[in-house]
Design a binder for this molecule. Structure first.
Ligand code: ADP
Ligand code: GLC
Length: 486
């Protein structure tokens, strides 16, 4: 039997320890799915308080000097809750032990020392994949995620002792992780790396570009997004590089954790239900409406939305949509947080129509599950969406997604056209153009179908029985690793 592939999965967040968005979900679920396929998968995380306080951890190495300008750090080891996957944690009080968001201060701006925080993280990740690893265990594959880990591909590429291949997954190309070039010496990278064919990006150092340039392979989280990022519109200035490297670029659709996101077992719900026993769904809706102060009327569909409130998510289309659809019977429940200007705009809108629109600002995992279960329609009018997980959660919960045709949304939702309704493939509603008109027209179609309970139930069942588990996608990562090691 072939030896197990050893994988180090370096990620800045992993559910259930720390999560700001879908990357946390993916990092919590993909490594265990790979373990089930026989991979020796281990996770590397920064030692945020949320991680240190949640896990029993053992110090495995002390006083590792990583960058000469930074304090030495310790390496801890433990096991992830639930999955039991081995996790290594970098202990550094000055870099990681602070309250709040892992990337942003309370002013909403990136922490002033993010360059150092994620350089140290990346350098440890890379060093673990070399002959001088601080551990006896070293990986065959170093799997990186987004800008926070990108520099590791450069460190590894310049290390003569390297003994692993590197893969970087793009979860969101819009965050380049840029820092001023004078830091190059402090980062202990060779000066010649600072060029167009390297990690220079419009006169800055880009940690993401370092990853995209130096990694052996690039993946992203849906086939459509893999194509879109090679074009100027969604390429965020990196489309040229991605196009040049397109033979090393693979789109692999994310899966969902079907243990956590299962309406038949979800402990965050008051009533559990399934595709064959749907009665609990309506009860969850009544409970949710009560909680949110919305009138409970089964004839009026409830539209839900759970998202980071940023430009990406297309929330700015909502005020105009609400105006266009004044007469249409529906209610909207939004949970989210992020951009202060968007929060303010939605707050004003919600207070002007509190009988139709409920807004909950902030991060609330229980409410996110309750909206997935209690809503009839799930709204994702994203400008771009690398994959998107919520539309898959909502299908599983019988809450039909209404999405813009972009990235992973286009790859996972089948529009309820007359033909798709007829042949039994419809799972939601899809619109193309990023405009309030196109969105409104689509919501009108959804509300019209809602008024036909039998047709609605059929689509619900189709959506609920689609397989979005991790197994298929994990197999594709495994094939990719094998190919790189062959
Ligand atoms: P992204 O990663 O771009 O934010 P995804 O759809 O991939 O989008 O994943 C978002 C994840 O974060 C989902 O699990 C969603 O439920 C969760 N989420 C987003 N905003 C909130 C919030 N305000 N409260 C609770 N969960 C949230
Ligand atoms: C990003 C993307 C989202 C994707 C998630 C996990 O945050 O915005 O579309 O689902 O990463 O890959």
């Amino acid at each position: 039997m072939a030896r197990k592939i050893r994988l180090l999965f370096a990620t800045p967040e992993a559910h259930p320890l720390i999560k700001t968005g879908g990357l946390g979900d993916v990092s919590g679920a993909l490594p265990p799915a790979l373990t089930s396929l026989g991979v020796d998968a281990r996770i590397l995380l920064p030692g945020y308080p949320q991680v240190l306080n949640a896990l029993p951890l053992r110090r495995v190495r002390r006083n590792l000097s990583i960058l000469s300008s930074e304090q030495p750090v310790n390496l801890l080891s433990g096991k992830m809750p639930d999955s039991g996957i081995p996790v290594y944690v970098i202990e550094s009080p000055s870099l990681y032990e602070r309250e709040g968001n892992p990337y942003l201060g309370s002013d909403g701006k990136g922490w002033a020392d993010n360059a150092q925080r994620f350089a140290v993280f990346a350098r440890i990740a890379a060093s673990m994949a070399t002959a001088q690893s601080p551990l006896r265990w070293h990986p065959d594959i170093l799997h990186l995620n987004d800008w926070q880990t990108g520099l590791a591909a450069a460190y590894l590429a310049f290390d003569p002792g390297r003994c692993a291949k590197s893969v970087i997954s793009i979860h969101n190309l819009a965050f380049p992780g840029t820092f001023p070039p004078h830091l190059l010496g402090e980062l202990e990278l060779p000066w010649h790396s600072y060029q167009m064919h390297g990690l220079e990006f419009y006169q800055y150092i880009s940690y993401l570009k370092a990853g995209l340039f130096y990694a052996d392979h690039i993946t992203t989280v849906s086939p459509s997004y893999a194509q879109e990022i090679q074009q100027p519109e969604l390429g965020a200035g990196l489309h040229g590089l991605l196009h040049d490297r397109n033979s090393d670029l693979t789109g692999i659709l994310n899966g969902i954790d079907t243990g956590i996101w299962n309406p038949a077992t979800d402990t965050q719900l008051e009533y559990r239900y399934s595709a064959t026993r749907l009665a609990g769904k309506a009860k969850n809706r009544s409970a949710l409406r009560k909680r949110l102060g919305l009138t409970d009327d089964a004839k009026i569909p409830l539209v839900g939305m759970v998202a980071r409130l940023t430009d990406q998510k297309g929330v700015d289309l909502i005020p105009a949509m609400m105006k266009l659809l004044k007469q249409l019977p529906f209610q909207l429940a939004i949970l989210g947080g992020g951009d202060k200007a968007i929060e303010k705009q939605l707050t004003a809108l919600a207070s002007s129509m509190h009988e139709r629109l409920s807004l909950t600002l902030g991060y609330n995992e229980a409410l996110a599950h309750q909206i997935e279960a209690g809503a009839d329609i799930f709204l994702m009018p994203s400008r771009y969406e690398p994959c998107g997980l919520n539309q898959m959660y909502s299908m599983r919960y019988g809450t039909l997604p209404l999405v813009r045709s972009t990235g992973g949304l286009a790859d996972t939702v089948t529009d309820a056209t007359a033909a798709a309704l007829h042949d039994g493939t419809a799972t939601g509603f899809v619109f193309k153009e990023s405009s309030a008109e196109a969105l409104s027209e689509c919501l009108q179609r959804a509300v019209a179908l809602y008024a036909q309970p039998r047709a609605w139930r059929r689509v619900q069942k189709q959506a609920m029985t689609r397989d979005f588990g991790w197994e298929q996608s994990a197999k594709r990562y495994l094939e990719l690793y094998r190919g790189l090691l062959a």
